[in-house]
Design a protein around this ligand. Structure first.
Ligand SMILES: Cc1cc2nc3c(=O)[nH]c(=O)nc-3n(C[C@H](O)[C@H](O)[C@H](O)COP(=O)(O)OP(=O)(O)OC[C@H]3O[C@@H](n4cnc5c(N)ncnc54)[C@H](O)[C@@H]3O)c2cc1C
Length: 379
């Protein structure tokens, strides 16, 4: 059994936790990162090759300052690690004209001076011939969007943190934690107990175990993603195909250009909520989800409706308003958390890691976090 003291312990080394480890270590903090599984495991929210980066943000204009900061940090972190983490392909939101996603993405561009262009159906067909869209559809094009090499990003954050002295323990879940009389924490694992001045809780779908106040606020759902054989790969390669979101009657889908896999990646339906207990080890997507992916391809991206090469499930937590929760544990300022990134959090991880590092070292974050407070849900 070991017992050691750290400045900060980070519980959960996925997207958010790995970024927090790096930003803390960069600030000279002695850091311990505890991870339940291993890096790159497939039981949480962050595995796989890619996650989308969008700056035009239909989920709300208030996310844009944060995503701009994240965009910049991904570039800097990639440069520091010697890895290409951010691929800028442009991002396209596709939806019926006048419908919520287009209008709110457009508003976020106007509010924050983001370069953008509204494309009619013919213009989309000329520039991106892989799409066969319904007559009603238009596109909002934002050139700075793209995708992140997601697992690579976690490895980059961890590697950089380790190079600054962070200890990262895999296969060692935090079993529980307690506040101490001197304003710090003790954390217990199967291997021992650790003390620290601060605790950062980034345990994804398991977060309510460590922050019971979240239990009534977050639920975990399952998502499907698939990589499909394309008949015309030239239409789907980086440069010809941007990242996109697609709102159609079958649901909300999102896709990526070909990257490190021979198949075209499509995810969704994004708002199809299938609950799952994270302790259930089966991550297989449901037959309904897979059928909807195929239907989406058949109707709107027919040249990518080939053999499914890889079909995976993934889980994430959802808050009541689909927004993030970034806060301190009620009554215990020495423990901060980031949770419920509701299926769109990865792109923010670099900036959220920085915020968690600031919150746990007494620095004032540059962002107004009130939209992400836990207290917004108080009855
Ligand atoms: C299919 C899918 C597609 C997505 N697409 C996008 C996208 O295109 N763009 C985007 O921005 N976002 C996307 N997201 C959302 C994004 O991936 C998540 O918001 C993000 O990965 C959440 O990161 P996290 O660190 O909170 O969770 P995780 O990465 O799951 O990390 C939590 C970690 O904590 C560990 N853990 C749990 N309990 C403990 C414990 N007690 N002690 C120690 N460790 C513990 C877990 O093992 C896990 O590694 C998608 C999500 C899914 C599932």
């Amino acid at each position: 059994m070991s017992s050691s003291h750290y400045d900060v312990i980070v519980a959960g080394v996925g997207a958010m936790g790995s970024a927090a480890c790096w930003h803390l270590a960069q600030r000279g903090q002695r850091v311990l990162g505890l991870e339940r599984f291993d890096l790159g495991h497939t039981m949480g929210s962050s595995h796989g090759l890619t996650r989308m980066m969008r700056l035009a943000y239909f989920e709300g204009s208030h996310y844009v300052p944060l995503v701009k900061r994240a965009h910049r940090l991904w570039g800097e972190t990639g440069a520091a690690a010697g890895l290409k983490l951010l691929h800028v392909t442009g991002a396209l939101d596709l939806a019926p004209e006048g419908l919520g996603p287009i209008e709110s993405s457009l508003q976020s561009c106007r509010d924050h001076g983001l370069e953008h262009e509204v494309l009619g159906r013919e213009a989309i067909a000329r520039r991106f011939p892989a799409f066969q869209l319904p007559r009603s559809h238009v596109g909002l094009w934002q050139p700075d969007g793209g995708f992140l090499a997601s697992e690579k990003a976690i490895y980059a954050h961890v590697g950089l943190a380790q190079a600054r002295g962070a200890d990262i323990h895999t296969g060692e879940p935090m079993l529980d934690w307690q506040p101490t009389a001197d304003g710090g924490v003790t954390v217990r694992t199967e291997r021992g107990s650790y003390s620290a001045g601060r605790l950062v809780i980034t345990s994804g779908a398991w977060i309510a175990d460590a922050v019971p106040a979240l239990a009534p606020r977050v639920r975990t759902i399952r998502q499907a993603i698939g990589w499909f054989t394309t008949r015309r790969p030239e239409l789907f390669r980086e440069g010809a195909m941007p990242v996109f979101t697609l709102s159609v009657e079958e649901g909300n889908f999102y896709g990526f250009p070909l990257y490190e896999h021979p198949g075209f990646k499509l995810g969704g339906p994004h708002f199809g909520r299938e609950p799952i207990d994270p302790r259930d080890p089966d991550r297989t997507p449901s037959a309904t989800q897979v059928r909807l992916l195929r239907e989406c391809l058949a109707r709107y991206l027919p040249d990518a409706n080939g053999e499914p090469l890889t079909v995976r499930g993934c889980i994430y937590t959802v808050s009541p308003d689909e927004g993030f929760i970034i806060d301190a544990v009620p009554g215990l300022p020495q423990a901060v958390f980031a949770s419920a990134c509701s299926g769109h959090g990865f792109k923010f991880a670099s900036a959220i890691g920085e915020i968690l590092a600031e919150l746990s070292t007494g620095a004032r974050p540059a962002f107004d976090l009130s939209a992400f407070s836990l207290s917004r849900f108080a009855a």
